[in-house]
Design a protein around this ligand. Sequence first.
Ligand code: SF4
Length: 340
Amino acid sequence: MEEKKNPILRTDQLQTFYVLDMQGTQKIIKAVNDVNLNIYENEIYGIAGESGCGKTTLLKALFADIVPPLRLIGGKVYYRVNGKDEIEATALSAEEKRKLRLEFISNVPQGCMSVLNPVLKVKETYKDFIASHVREQSRREEIFDRAHKQILEFGLPKNVLDVYPHQLSGGMRQRVTVALAALMKPRIMIGDEPTTALDVVVQRGVIQMLKEIQKKLKNTIVIVSHDMGVQANIADRIGIMYAGKIVEESTAERIFDRPLHPYTQFLIHSLPKLGDKTIRGSVPGSPPSLADLPDGCPFHPRCPKVMEICRRQMPDFSYPDENHKVACWLMEEGKHGQAA
Ligand code: SF4
């Protein structure tokens, strides 16, 4: 992390909800609710939390991919392109987004088979991919040539472009997908659970590849993973998400060494430790429905440290230090009463 003043990717009071029409009745799912993020150049930012907390929807919004039934209810997403002025990503036209995708921001999707066409050789997928983003023929050829070099740089077999996806292992397919997302040297890469469904050894290879890409391009990677073990291995900073909100954010070191939000503490303490055979506890209860959130702190029905005020009012962020923010009334304990 070098530049801390000007985020390359920023959200301001972002609210993106799913608005569903259920036979004449509107159902609103508050997937991302008042999220303020500052993500910088040359860092890997992890977004962690249980399934259904809004992580994937937040990633869609960061990619400016807000299509019905998802709606931008409030707030904005900003990109700082070329290190200069910010542009409002949430106000870009489809054509403006097309131009920015790949070279400024690219997406590493959750499943590699959604990218690799099973009936085409990998190189055809590469060519289609390049053609959909680059208009000039000469430039397309130049980028395809670059793909060959990049495949070797990333340590992938040199014939990987000449085979069909089914001829590759699951881990190799995922690495090809990551390589494709990095092809145009994007300033931001975002990945939604890019290691899900891979065994730990393969997972490690994909994580290592993402880290190498980030180091080489000195770009920004935003990675969603519910797996705190993955976050520990890859992230420089982590935002913990619960019920559509970021409830704690700090450096990965600080989050693992000194988690302050009770929810983060459960996530960390549920991780296995080498040599420790005691049964690890999980977070009690279930996450709330994003269509029917409790009043106050959304974690209060599950929180063993709940106080009276927690049931009524959502806490603002407290800043135990400049790199750490926590939304929990415990940070102000003593002012509002005792734990119940
Ligand atoms: Fe628990 Fe209250 Fe903190 Fe929420 S605000 S995490 S309910 S102590």
